[in-house]
Design a protein around this ligand. Structure first.
Ligand SMILES: Nc1ncnc2c1ncn2[C@@H]1O[C@H](COP(=O)(O)OP(=O)(O)OP(=O)(O)O)[C@@H](O)[C@H]1O
Length: 260
């Protein structure tokens, strides 16, 4: 199994504050990771390094066999899919769903004057079908529901067939039906052997799709626990990470947690 991400003693320091503290972590190509931790733990910052958007202040971050700092990030980024609400806000509201997904092939948001190839259009249509969006292909992005917009952002992030897929809180703000629909799609995608390595940040264990294999718990910029999901998402580890006594259940590939 090849590693797609390898962090060694990675720290991020901003304004004299240590946001990530000497973090070491490896993700292999067949693994699907979830990152959990309280507000301000450093989850989004960690994902930004994994997306080659920021460099470590100290330590070494290797992504897809390249070391950040000695590689052209503009060559690296198209190989990494990234969906977050911050990126969603940059998508023009009047763009059609088909074009939002299609423009990923050219790493731009908004369709300007690119000439698209038939092969890209066919792939975009296939990706839309995979994420149950075909019926919305000609609708404007800004007019979609939150749940539909999240699915479009994920479809866009997988359009380039990435080797690493990063998802920052994909189920945040969704109603129960939209969340379950998204988790079913994500679970199906994650379970396919040809899917890329996936790293997903979430606030809730209930939002972890079935098929995820590993978990990393982060608090105060340090790793509290990391490894196979069933060994990490225990009442002990989660309780320590969130600072309260918890009861955790794991049934049919899904987790629930509540104060005990
Ligand atoms: N440029 C910066 N300068 C100073 N502090 C920063 C900077 N960027 C982030 N931080 C701080 O670093 C900490 C970690 O932020 P980050 O967004 O990574 O956390 P998070 O775990 O994703 O939080 P949340 O769950 O609330 O989204 C926060 O306390 C944040 O205020």
């Amino acid at each position: 199994m090849a590693s797609v991400l390898e962090f060694t003693d990675v720290s991020i320091i901003r304004d004299h504050t240590t946001i990530l503290d000497s973090l070491s972590w490896t993700v292999d190509s067949a693994e699907r990771w979830v990152i959990l931790g309280p507000n301000g733990a450093g989850k989004t910052t960690l994902l930004q390094i994994a997306a080659a958007m920021i460099h470590p202040s100290a330590g070494t971050a290797r992504l897809l066999d390249a070391t950040l700092g000695s590689v052209d990030v503009f060559e690296l980024r198209p190989r990494i899919g990234f969906a977050s609400s911050a990126m969603g806000r940059r998508i023009p509201a009047d763009e059609t769903v088909l074009n939002v997904v299609l423009t990923a092939a050219y790493s731009v948001t908004g369709r300007w004057n690119e000439e698209y190839e038939d092969v890209d259009i066919r792939r975009a249509e296939r990706v839309l079908a995979e994420w149950k969006l075909s019926h919305l292909a000609q609708r404007r992005f800004g007019g979609l529901s939150d749940g539909e917009q999240k699915r479009v952002q994920i479809a866009r992030s997988v359009m380039t067939d990435p080797e690493l897929l990063l998802l920052d809180e994909p189920a945040a703000s969704l109603d129960l039906g939209s969340r379950e629909e998204l988790l079913q799609l994500l679970g199906g995608y994650a379970s396919a052997p040809e899917a890329p390595a996936i790293v997903m940040v979430t606030h809730h264990v209930e939002e972890i799709p079935p098929g995820f294999t590993h978990a990393l718990l982060l608090a105060g910029g340090t790793v509290q626990a990391a490894g196979p999901i069933a060994e990490v998402l225990t009442a002990d580890h989660l309780g320590r990470t969130f600072g309260l006594a918890l009861e955790v259940r794991h049934e049919d590939g899904r987790f629930t947690a509540r104060a005990s």
